[in-house]
Design a protein around this ligand. Structure first.
Ligand code: ZN
Length: 283
């Protein structure tokens, strides 16, 4: 896919851009590519991103949309400005810088909220899967991360993106890649509304060393902080409890055979952790 199809106004290069990592070249190992539906979804894997960028491993962020549907009536007036000035894109760039991401790309799709509530953008499956596959090739992705199969908290856009990325990585010919999805569940996982009950964690990351970055990501999305805080409050919780509940990040691997072994080994090598999501973690 020609680069011109991307919204380059939304792309930043903040981290290691040469492709060299502390553990070998990108062609040997590749980096991580993260596909999320909206700006702020990267919070769900901020610990993993922080762990990788801390080790000099390239991380590429891709947003399916600019999160237009999640804006208030007042801030929506700013959508008449060029895309690079849209508040949620600015927030996403700020978040990407805090995380030390190598690149950030917005795909040319518009997020909207239907009268019925949360919705997925209008898209063509074949074209979008080609865009996803092309980005994986261009970014030399050695691992792919995206949403869980339940859409985390049931968001239709998260569910659709999960299915398409999974089809590209696990089912399409010639485009297979190691695929992990975030918000996976495990036996002793702390209660959190965003966990996917259908996805068992194959590996769990202790994200406490990257707590500061997770908070920076949270507060980068200023237009969403009020919404997120009220969601947290509605569930009878607090920001402190949210950070506590998300201090471990569970990931489910969708590959089979050698690619599955490669994915779990790579996770272990890149994060310096063991695998095995069913181990007991005290709360
Ligand atoms: Zn989202």
């Amino acid at each position: 896919m020609p680069t011109g199809n991307f919204d380059l106004g939304g792309e930043v290069m903040t981290g290691p851009s040469s492709g060299r990592t502390s553990r070998g070249s990108a062609s040997e190992l590749g980096g991580l590519i993260v596909f999320t539906a909206h700006p702020d979804d990267e919070f769900f894997c901020a610990g993993l991103i922080g762990a990788l960028t801390h080790r000099g491993i390239p991380v590429h962020l891709v947003c399916w949309t600019g999160g237009e549907g999640g804006m208030s009536r007042r801030t929506r007036l700013l959508l008449t400005l060029p895309k690079r000035f849209h508040p949620r894109r600015i927030e996403m760039r700020r978040s990407a810088r805090h995380l030390g991401a190598t690149s950030l790309t917005f795909l040319p799709y518009v997020d909207y909220r239907s009268k019925a509530g949360l919705a997925a953008p209008v898209f063509d499956s074949t074209a979008l899967k080609q865009e996803i596959a092309d980005l994986m090739t261009q970014r030399e992705a050695g691992m792919v991360v995206t949403h869980g199969s339940d859409g985390d908290y049931g968001h239709p856009a998260h569910q659709v993106l999960h299915r398409l990325v999974r089809e590209v990585c696990c089912e399409a010919k010639g485009t297979s890649r190691p695929l992990l999805t975030f918000n996976a569940n495990w036996a002793s996982a702390p209660h959190a509304r965003c966990l996917n009950q259908s996805d068992r964690a194959d590996c769990v990351l202790d994200s406490r060393p990257y707590r500061r970055q997770k908070l920076q990501v949270f507060f980068s999305h200023r237009t969403q902080v009020g919404v997120l805080k009220s969601m947290v409050k509605e569930s009878g919780s607090s920001l402190r409890e949210l950070m506590h509940a998300t201090r471990y990040e569970g990931y489910h691997c969708w590959n089979e055979g050698p690619l599955r072994e490669q994915a779990l080994k790579r996770f272990q090598d890149w994060t310096g952790t063991g695998s095995g999501g069913d181990k007991e973690i005290s709360s």
